[in-house]
Design a protein around this ligand. Structure first.
Ligand code: SAH
Length: 254
């Protein structure tokens, strides 16, 4: 019997931001693999086994799930947000590429989810309304100088930039350095959005400028969106401002 492996994005936080397709994939699995706190968000189903692991154990989790699926089981691996954005789907693909031929015969379904940058953007308006890119500030898997080159290139090309993994306990200085780098390319008033734990009870969202952005405002659960020179802020009496990047962009310069 050929096994089945779903790699499922469960959205940024609340279960009302999980898609019906993702919900069904989790409900039909015999075995669920995921980071402990994500597993806790999913209702327990009789007969379903659960395998919690640490956030840093992506490769081990991928191998365990692939082994289980190749025994003929229906298996689901969960990721926060979208499974293909800085998450498990790429880890599983890497293990399939390096692993035994039998893993290539498995049925694999990748089920998309709402990624953090979309959830954060939606809280403030439409900062991703025009061309944008996403960069992970984690230098665990790539060198810091490559990240700096990408920040320079993205800011120079006029992209709005979503920064995933801005800080962690082991990476305290990277976001400050990234802001410093971006200030060299962007006007002082360029909007910067901090979106923390969006969709969860401890959510916090704030809007500032690149000249005032303070890395202290970010932690591991924060996504930072740095606007382009085109990004605008609409102040509204008694309400949070709206931030957007217009779709019309006819100037040659970024
Ligand atoms: N696969 C995930 C991203 C994993 S990388 C996704 O598609 O969203 C982890 C980073 O995602 C965190 O450091 C943070 O930058 C961001 N993130 C994840 N959930 C978030 C949330 N609810 N609010 C804000 N940022 C979040």
């Amino acid at each position: 019997m050929s096994g089945h492996l779903s790699i499922v994005g469960i959205g940024p936080g609340p279960l009302n931001q999980i898609t019906p397709e993702a919900e069904a994939a989790l409900a039909h699995a015999h075995a669920l693999y995921g980071y402990g706190p994500y597993l806790e968000r999913i209702p327990i189903r009789p007969g379903q086994s659960r395998h919690a692991s640490d956030n840093r154990e992506e490769a081990e989790r991928a191998v365990a799930a692939l082994r289980r699926a190749s025994e003929g089981d229906r298996v689901a691996i969960m990721s926060g947000g979208d499974a293909g954005v800085f998450a498990m789907a790429a880890a599983v693909c890497a293990e399939i590429e390096a692993g035994p031929p039998a893993w290539r015969a498995l049925e694999i379904a990748i089920v998309p989810g709402i990624t953090a940058m979309l959830a954060v953007a939606a809280r403030v308006g439409a900062p991703l309304g025009h061309d944008f890119c996403a960069i992970s500030l984690s230098d665990n898997l790539k060198p810091w100088d490559l990240i700096e080159r990408r920040l320079d290139a993205a800011a120079n090309a006029g992209f709005v930039i979503a920064l995933y993994n801005p800080v962690s306990r082991a990476r305290p200085w990277q976001l400050g350095k990234a802001f410093e780098r971006l200030r060299a390319h962007l006007p002082d008033a360029t909007p910067v959005i901090f979106g923390r734990a969006v969709g969860r009870p401890d959510e916090r969202v704030s809007v500032t400028t690149i000249s005032q952005a303070d890395p202290i405002g970010a932690d591991m659960a924060t996504l930072v969106i740095v606007g382009s020179a085109q990004t605008r802020v609409i102040d509204r009496p008694g309400r949070t401002p709206l931030v957007y990047t217009p779709r019309i962009n006819q100037t040659a310069s970024a």
